[in-house]
Ligand binder design. Structure first.
Ligand SMILES: *[C@@H]1O[C@H](CO)[C@@H](O)[C@H](O)[C@H]1NC(C)=O
Ligand SMILES: *[C@@H]1O[C@H](CO)[C@@H](O)[C@H](O)[C@H]1NC(C)=O
Ligand SMILES: *[C@@H]1O[C@H](CO)[C@@H](O)[C@H](O)[C@H]1NC(C)=O
Length: 437
């Protein structure tokens, strides 16, 4: 946002921060969360302040500190990869003695959403170890064992650390899986020559999603959601996290110049935003279900009708909530952003503005923004609102950033409709410069 004073203040704070220790001893931290929030943030700031925002840097030495701190952090985190298979333990402890917590397995989200940041770090520093660690772990997801998975490209959720084999076959775009698929196509955006295999996996997953997971509610056949594959059948349920699928299809379609993927992504983006529009508060819930109209892919037991309480709501909205929380998540807005950048159609901006006004009205508190316990009721005044006393960093890093960028001028770091991106957004919406050709 071109705020030079704030950039300077943040750079000074980072220079003072020790990224090799936690405040408390024996505090477990997540490799995944630390990579996407801290490492990605440091690298993105370095890329932006070396490129389009160079003019904001008062002291180049402070900008270079970003890269030094990123290395210190990654060196400390790298102990997570020291397992028989190279699949990292997601939880590690920095102090007093660096060690892994000792989990037996890890999810494809936590394993498969490291490779962009760790590869960028290698490219910027010349130390190839970072990329090698993340790509070795990723290889277990690109070539899943045991073989014989039913849906091409869609893999299970949990992988064992000792041999890199999958433990289950629960597939879909929800929590535990979501950003693995997102990163397959983003690695192709980062370098389409080196990561062509990642693109092939994304295309297989995208085609399987269209064929086996796409589902229309009986009462709103105009809507398309992606269900979750469980026990050999598609269960008509989805989540706020899964609404990132619209954006991923659009981005993949633009990069591959394939209108089929773009159009399907637009259909998903519109449908998941309809969840917001139909909700009494104007904000979509954490998890929801519907009844699948097709019933070919879905077992009868999984295709159950809504509870009595939600029957009339389901008639008009096409879904009912199974978890009414909202923790300031970005994914639905992120898909609106991609839809607008792909089409230039102002309808998407109008919806983004509508969402922004609602979020500002419902989540703003003194000194910040709060999550909500239940977005499926319309509050009758402020006392009625049950707040979650927490503001996640992704509210600023993603939700507000994507809202801002939908209305911001065109720029080299924005997603481009012709597919010729210069930057790729990490899963935490930190733009990284793509590999120079
Ligand atoms: C390169 O990165 C690895 C992994 O963090 C680290 O152990 C090693 O010391 C680094 N090498 C140099 C020359 O900094
Ligand atoms: C799923 O279907 C495949 C092929 O029809 C079958 O081999 C497998 O046993 C089934 N698995 C479960 C858990 O039902
Ligand atoms: C786009 O992708 C779809 C689905 O994979 C495929 O059927 C179609 O042939 C592709 N179109 C082009 C122009 O590559």
């Amino acid at each position: 946002m071109n705020e030079a004073e704030i950039v300077d203040k943040i750079l000074r704070q980072i220079a003072k921060t020790d990224f090799s220790a936690t405040a408390e001893n024996n505090q477990a931290i997540s490799l995944f969360e630390t990579t996407i929030r801290y490492l990605g943030g440091l690298l993105s700031a370095y890329d932006l302040l070396s490129g389009p925002f160079k003019h904001l840097v008062k002291e180049p030495r402070l900008r270079d500190t970003l890269l030094e701190k990123a290395q210190i952090l990654a060196n400390s985190l790298s102990i997570a990869f020291d397992t028989p298979s190279g699949v990292p333990d997601d939880e590690i402890i920095f102090n007093p003695k660096p060690r892994q917590v000792g989990n037996p397995d890890n999810s494809i989200t936590c394993i498969g959403t490291l490779v962009l940041e760790w590869t960028r770090l290698s490219d910027l520093t010349g130390n190839l170890t970072y990329a090698a660690l993340a790509q070795r772990a990723q290889a277990h997801l690109l070539h899943p064992k045991p073989e014989g998975f039913r849906l091409p490209g869609l893999v299970g959720t949990y992988v064992r650390l000792n041999d890199g084999a999958f433990e289950d076959y629960q597939a879909g775009w929800g929590g535990g899986s979501d950003s693995y698929y997102e990163y397959l196509i983003k690695m192709y955006a980062y370098d389409p020559v080196s990561f062509v295999e990642y693109k092939d996996s994304w295309v297989a997953a995208a085609e399987s999603s269209m064929k086996y997971l796409a589902s229309h509610p009986t009462t709103r056949t105009d809507l398309t959601f992606l269900g979750e594959f469980r026990g050999n059948s598609t269960v008509p349920m989805s989540s706020h996290l899964a609404s990132v699928c619209g954006g991923s299809f659009i981005l993949g379609g633009l990069l591959l110049q394939n209108q089929t993927f773009v159009d399907f992504g637009l259909e998903l983006s519109k449908s998941y935003y309809e969840v917001y529009r139909q909700s009494p508060s104007g904000i979509g819930p954490e998890e929801f279900r519907w009844v699948d109209d097709h019933q070919e892919l879905t077992k009868a037991a999984a295709n159950r009708p809504p509870p009595k309480k939600w029957r009339s709501f389901y008639e008009t909205s096409g879904y009912w909530p199974t978890n009414g929380e909202f923790i300031l998540r970005p994914e639905t807005i992120e898909s609106l952003y991609h839809a607008y950048r792909a089409t230039g159609d102002q309808q998407w901006q109008a919806w983004a503005w509508e969402a922004f006004e609602t979020l500002n009205l419902r989540t703003r508190v003194e000194g910040g923004f709060s999550g909500l316990h239940n977005v499926m009721t319309k509050p009758h005044g402020d006392k009625d609102v049950q707040r979650i006393d927490k503001m996640e960093s992704f509210w600023l890093a993603e939700t507000l950033k994507y809202l801002y960028l939908i209305f911001a001028d065109d720029a080299e770091y924005q997603v481009r409709s012709d597919g010729r991106m210069k930057y790729v957004f990490t899963t935490e919406a930190h733009p990284l410069r793509i590999r120079h050709k």
